[in-house]
Design a protein around this ligand. Structure first.
Ligand code: PLP
Length: 408
């Protein structure tokens, strides 16, 4: 017997759960790619993407996953031999740095560990030492999906400014765009990359590169740029074909249009961010309540640096792997593997797992995952203290009580 027969739920940190409306919007015949409804619809996508990132800059769309968006962003601003500073808080900034190295940049990785954010003081110190301004770009991840740390982007910008350093500030928001607050222009982010399959509730396959005027100027000098990655025609197309340097990803665009209808025009980006905040605090409250010797604990101890999109957990191996398989086989929920915390496939790696709570998620989904987890801990004799579920439910209750008071 398995209890998992019912609607399956993919609660990994991307791809995220797809709204039925997005799937239905994609279910239509192939459109005319030269003129008419499709090109007109695509013109409406750009302003909404800018609203999500709170920018008046440009955004280019690529038929690519996040790794493609990484390469696109770098190719437009780097020249071979440029020095790039990588601020590592887990797995993803280093991955982005490796893409820069493959393009011919010299990378320097500053390591900030697996359990906390970038320290802006150390960044300012390093930049002040670079009196010749050899460092051309700084790569940072807003939320490292492996550790679930959320970096303090304005503080890092302030460190760069305090050092008086002209390097471009590049930010990866693939995990957390539309889940954790981002104000690209106010926070002085020069280039930002995102993907369709996490907070944007669309299947994997679209990559977004946002850039400002300073980054446009860097593009004019970059010698890594190639015809396919060039963001210029993708933002200033004379004919529709140029937006995608070839055939448009028609059905992904139908899906994205519907996802943006839901996010920007119905719920609103502020409300979506607030919803993610409540759901994330419910997850934290559960694990804080369950905390006990030998049990499961949150990887990021300081709540100020936890993401609203994903939560990384640690426990005694092999409890993490056992809980994941129990959840999939008995509860119909797929959780994320531990990533970057221990060597892949090593016994230690079975002591980590992650919960994605990004995009099309609401209390019955998140509380359902938490309740199922408690059942799994019970069934597998993973120790936990009582009270975690009560605490999680109270976070949800308090959030609705407060919003009622506000609207009354
Ligand atoms: C998911 C993710 C990526 C990689 O995206 P892919 O679409 O798998 O290439 C990069 N950076 C962060 C922060 C991510 O969460």
């Amino acid at each position: 017997m398995s209890l998992a027969y019912g609607r399956p739920y993919l609660a990994i940190p991307g791809p995220s759960a797809l709204p039925d409306r997005v799937l239905q919007a994609m279910h239509q015949p192939a459109p005319n790619i030269y003129e008419g409804a499709l090109p007109e619809m695509v013109e409406t996508i750009f302003p909404d993407l800018k609203t999500v990132a709170r920018t008046r800059g440009e955004v280019a769309i690529y038929i690519a996953n996040g790794h493609g968006a990484w390469e696109a962003a770098l190719a437009n601003v780097l020249s071979r031999g440029d020095k790039v500073l990588v601020l590592s808080t887990g797995h993803f900034a280093k991955g982005w740095g490796n893409v820069a190295a493959n393009l011919g940049a010299q990378i320097e990785v500053m390591e900030f560990g697996l359990r906390g954010p970038v320290d802006p003081v150390r960044v300012a110190e390093r930049l002040r030492e670079d009196t010749a301004h050899d460092i051309k770009a700084i790569l940072c991840v807003q939320v490292d999906t492996a550790t679930s740390v959320r970096n303090d982007v304005p503080a890092i910008r302030a460190a760069i400014d305090e050092a008086g350093h002209p390097a471009l500030f590049l930010l990866d928001c693939i995990a957390c765009l539309a889940c954790d607050d981002l104000r690209m222009d106010d926070w002085g982010v020069d280039v930002m990359v995102a993907g369709s399959q996490k907070g944007l509730m669309t299947p994997p396959g679209l990559g977004f590169v946002y850039f400002n005027e300073k980054a446009s100027q860097a593009r004019a000098k970059a010698d890594c740029v190639t015809a396919y990655w060039d963001w210029l025609p993708r933002t200033q197309a004379d004919i529709f074909y140029q937006y995608f340097f070839g055939t448009a990803p028609t059905h992904h665009l139908f899906g994205l249009r519907e996802a943006l209808n839901m996010l920007v025009h119905e719920e609103g980006i502020d409300a979506a961010l607030a919803r993610h905040g409540v759901l994330a605090r419910a997850v934290w409250a559960a694990f804080d309540g369950w905390a006990t010797e030998g049990g499961v604990s949150l990887n990021i101890v300081d709540p100020a640096y936890r993401s609203h999109a994903v939560t990384a957990l640690r426990c005694a191996a092999p409890h993490g792997a056992q809980l994941r398989s129990w959840m999939e086989q008995e509860a119909g929920v797929t959780l994320g593997i531990g990533l970057g915390m221990a060597a892949p496939g090593s016994p230690e790696a079975a002591g980590f797992f992650r919960i994605g709570h990004m995009g099309h998620v609401n209390p019955h989904m998140v509380l359902g995952v938490l309740t199922s987890l408690q059942a799994g801990m019970d069934a597998l004799d993973v120790p936990y203290a009582p009270g975690g579920l009560d605490a999680a439910a109270r976070v949800v209750a308090d959030a609705t009580r407060r919003s009622k008071e506000v609207s009354a």
